[in-house]
Design a protein around this ligand. Structure first.
Ligand code: AMP
Length: 205
């Protein structure tokens, strides 16, 4: 199954992506994680991306799109994937559709995690990551940057809901609640039943 996970920063995409991908038996592909690995590894790509990431801006498409295209061409993504954090603009969505069409593929479903903005600010400002045994705040989780990332989301990424709704691919789920509850809603929207694998056609949006 080929799935895009959509949702604002702080909606829990990373956490849900890991769990859902496990159920799909497909890799979770997070552009944010790939960028962060490149920043830590001090690669050329990482150095280019860091400036934009630290400012809470989107990394330019010419860097991001090529990176995703390469990743989707890897063998483990052949039978399915769960994309987390990509696409983030209509242009990226169009490029994704083109790349998949080149591979003779298409998306099965786009799952949007819905959380109101006040809750996102609260979650992001309190979020910490474990790095080398220490809890640290992501550079882009600082309050000013959080506000800007949410603005970028509102302006550049939220139009994707309409784009994918029109394509008949969108399912929106309430992403407030315990992790397990949100996972259950996500799996139901993807057409999974309680205790077995994919139940054929995805549920209606
Ligand atoms: P995330 O972990 O998904 O919140 O991503 C962290 C940062 O990586 C974002 O704020 C952007 O700077 C960059 N990034 C991740 N995915 C994309 C994308 N699809 N397009 C552009 N920039 C991205």
């Amino acid at each position: 199954m080929r799935v895009v996970l959509l949702g604002p920063p702080g909606a829990g995409k990373g956490t849900q992506a890991q769990i859902i991908a496990g159920r799909l038996g497909a890799p979770a592909i997070s552009t944010g994680d790939i960028f962060r690995a490149n920043v830590s590894g001090q690669t050329e790509l990482g150095q280019k991306a860091k400036v934009f990431m630290d400012a809470g801006d989107l990394v330019p498409d010419e860097i991001t799109v090529a990176m995703v295209k390469d990743r989707l061409a890897e063998p483990d993504a052949k039978a399915g994937f769960l994309l987390d954090g990509f696409p983030r603009t209509i242009a990226q969505a169009e490029q994704l559709a083109g790349s998949l069409a080149d591979l003779g593929q298409g998306l099965d479903r786009v799952l949007e995690l819905v959380v109101e903005e006040e809750e996102l600010v609260r979650r992001l400002s309190g979020r910490r990551m474990l790095v080398d045994g220490e809890w640290v705040q992501r550079e882009d989780d600082k309050p000013e940057t959080v506000r800007h990332r949410l603005e970028v989301y509102r302006e550049q990424t939220s139009p994707l809901s309409g784009f994918y709704r029109q394509a008949g691919l969108l399912s929106q789920i309430d992403a407030i609640g315990e992790i397990d509850e949100v996972t259950d809603r996500a799996l139901t929207a993807l057409g999974f039943t309680d205790d077995d694998g994919p139940a054929g056609a995805p549920a209606a949006s």
